[in-house]
Design a protein around this ligand. Structure first.
Ligand code: GUN
Length: 297
């Protein structure tokens, strides 16, 4: 069996066109142009690439972007002061602080300085708590993108066993909450999980968010499983590799996401939806972001 590939390029383009349409609506109806401020501290090369990608996506969707680049030596107090200014600026609807931050800055203190209503990354304790409680919130973009890929491929999660490998605040934990909201039965695995391979083999849906290239091998995958690869690992060869051993696993899975061209693109696209949502007045109602026609890949 050869898995169908859930194409992040196709789905991200669709999500961004949804965002662009909602931007036009907000402009015409309310005179609002959504604006995203991205703060980048230091010169981490991967972060530079991600931030450029986000600015390009904003431009493609008609969202204004303000990229604020600060030197690596910026103090925590200086960063908090910049955040205070952006928090108070009513023309800025979304604020994102690119992670990782230099080691002398406490990321938790920085994230907590973002007003929850501008927290388009969904990283603040308020949005994390709202997600936990099933209340309206900004969900983190990577797990939201994973769910969108599953849904857009027409896979029904109701009653299925989803196994999430990885328990980070950014991916693993929110992914588990989003999967539960869709009535999946969820197991979260991590570095201390006993017989990880056996647990993974029980998964109808397997989400790999480990951060280790080719960690999920074919013997860990149940025939017909849906495999979502969150990993972006740069190999010694300079190429990007996912957390999933793609070629052998795609012989076994029913659906699989590629790296590159998978979850990474969806993360960026979901950020556009969160930014448009952040700019929308409460009275604007449904902006039409839901999956309309699942794509049969
Ligand atoms: N660094 C890697 N991924 C992310 C992300 O989704 N958001 C932010 N702010 N930083 C990141």
């Amino acid at each position: 069996m050869s898995a169908k590939i859930i194409d992040g390029k196709i789905l991200a383009a669709e999500v961004k066109s949804c965002a662009a349409q909602a931007v036009r609506f907000l402009q015409e109806r309310y005179g609002i142009t959504p604006c995203l401020a991205v703060l980048l501290v230091g010169d981490d090369p991967a972060s530079q690439v991600y931030v450029r990608g986000k600015a390009n996506d904003c431009e493609a969707c008609g969202i204004e972007s303000r990229v604020i680049r600060l030197p690596a030596g910026t103090t925590q107090a200086e960063l908090l002061a910049r955040l205070g200014t952006l928090a108070a600026d009513s023309a800025v609807h979304g604020i994102l602080v690119q992670l990782p931050l230099p080691r002398h800055i406490d990321p938790a203190a920085v994230i907590e300085a973002i007003p929850p209503e501008k927290d388009v990354d969904g990283f603040t304790p308020v949005n994390a708590g709202r997600l936990l409680n099933g209340e309206p919130c900004f969900a983190p973009c990577t797990p939201a993108g994973c769910l969108r890929m599953i849904e857009a491929a027409g896979v029904d999660l109701d009653g299925k066993h989803a196994v999430v490998v990885g328990r980070s605040n950014i991916v693993g934990k929110p992914a588990a909450l989003l999967l539960m909201q869709k009535n999946a039965t969820v197991t979260v695995c991590h570095s201390h999980t006993r017989d990880l391979a056996a647990v993974c083999r029980t998964a109808d849906i397997l989400i790999a968010a480990v951060g280790k290239a080719r960690f999920i091998t074919a013997d860990m995958v149940k025939p017909g499983a849906v495999v979502i690869d969150v990993g972006i690992n740069r190999g010694a060869d300079g190429k990007l590799h996912g957390d999933v051993d793609f070629a052998p696993v795609s012989e076994i899975a029913s659906y699989i996401t590629p790296v590159p061209g998978g979850v990474g693109l969806m993360t960026r696209a979901m950020l556009m939806l969160n930014t448009v949502q952040a700019a929308a007045p409460k009275t604007a109602g449904d902006l039409g972001f839901s999956v309309k026609n699942p794509v049969r890949f």
